[in-house]
Design a protein around this ligand. Structure first.
Ligand SMILES: Nc1ncnc2c1ncn2[C@@H]1O[C@H](COP(=O)(O)OP(=O)(O)OP(=O)(O)O)[C@@H](O)[C@H]1O
Ligand SMILES: [Mg+2]
Length: 306
């Protein structure tokens, strides 16, 4: 089973209308709600691939209850720890005429010290059943700044490899704990290191403690610096669609490959094919299986000249 951890789980709310009039009243045509957060997206992708996965993290209030109901409806194993604060919503306003989307990200709850301690207990209870653990997304207020380092060390105490998909201070703080893999995107990589060149930036994250660094570069694919060498992998086609959640699909594939002990070039090809297939699907956490199958053998993987 692959365990995913979403500390700031969210209910993704999508409002659809023709056109948003600023400063006016807008009638919304329809509203959709869905459990979200990056770890939840990773679990959705794993579940769709037929791979056992469990969702944990923190969720609270009416919003937390709604998102947990949705997880169960999606067939996902819900092990989110209930907290007192109200989980956040992410609100997307989709203007169908112009094709524009405006997104509002709520800050989410303030986690209490006792809740954080209880979560560590929950993680310790789940880790013995996990082949790998994925820590994804932003940290809610109230958890320690080095939360991901604390969690990665917990995983190591159970001999479970840890994957971290975070940015900024949360990512940097995780590195000394030695996660097996980190997966920043281009912006996150530059922000975490101050370096414009992705290869140099990835090298500096490895030097700071990450076992492997796989950086996703949007339509340009992935670069990977690993203990066994460096590669660049790219989709033969640039897909049109919804890139939100493509990185989460890449994380799902990378984690599965790590668990299987797949050779890096194969693992990276699969990550590129699956993430491109995620762009081709409308919702984060989904992928187009036909695109996935078609691209798999077509991904270009070559060693990085370093
Ligand atoms: N337009 C595209 N066509 C083909 N593949 C794409 C495209 N956009 C993204 N990808 C694939 O998806 C992967 C992840 O994309 P990206 O770097 O945008 O992730 P991200 O910003 O972390 O996404 P998120 O955090 O929203 O899940 C890329 O490495 C690439 O393989
Ligand atoms: Mg991402």
């Amino acid at each position: 089973m692959i365990l995913t951890v979403t500390l700031n789980a969210a209910l993704d709310v999508t409002h659809r209308l023709d056109r948003l009039r600023r400063y006016g009243s807008n009638r919304v045509r329809d509203v959709a709600e869905r459990a979200g957060g990056k770890g939840v997206n990773v679990s959705r992708v794993l579940h769709a691939l037929g791979q056992p996965t469990v969702v944990t993290g923190l969720a609270g209030g009416l919003t937390g209850a709604a998102l947990r109901r949705d997880l169960v409806e999606a067939g996902l194993a819900d092990q989110l720890l209930p907290i007192e604060g109200e989980s956040r919503r992410t609100v997307a306003v989709v203007e169908e005429q112009a094709g524009d989307t405006t997104i509002l990200l709520e800050p989410g709850p303030v986690v209490r010290p006792g809740e954080w301690a209880r979560f560590l207990g929950r993680l310790d209870a789940l880790l013995p059943g996990a082949a790998a653990v994925v820590f994804s997304g932003s940290l809610p207020r109230g958890v320690p700044e080095d939360a991901y380092a604390v969690l990665v060390r917990r995983a190591h105490a159970h001999d479970v490899p840890a994957v971290v998909d975070a940015d900024g201070a949360a990512l940097r703080a995780a590195l000394p704990a030695g996660p097996a893999l980190v997966k920043p995107n281009a912006g996150e990589l530059a922000a975490a290191t101050g370096l414009a060149d992705p290869v140099a930036a990835a090298r500096s994250l490895r030097a700071a403690g990450a076992g492997a660094v796989v950086a996703s570069l949007g339509p340009d694919g992935l670069i990977a610096l690993t203990p066994h060498g460096g590669w660049r992998a790219r989709s033969p086609e640039r897909l049109a669609g919804n890139p939100t959640g493509a990185g989460d699909a890449a994380v799902a594939a990378l984690t599965l490959g790590l668990v299987a002990g797949a050779p890096w070039p194969d693992l990276l090809a699969e990550a590129v094919a699956l993430s491109a297939a995620a762009v081709a699907a409308p919702l984060a956490g989904e992928f187009d299986p036909a695109v996935h199958r078609r691209l798999r053998s077509l991904v270009d993987v070559r060693p990085l000249r370093t």
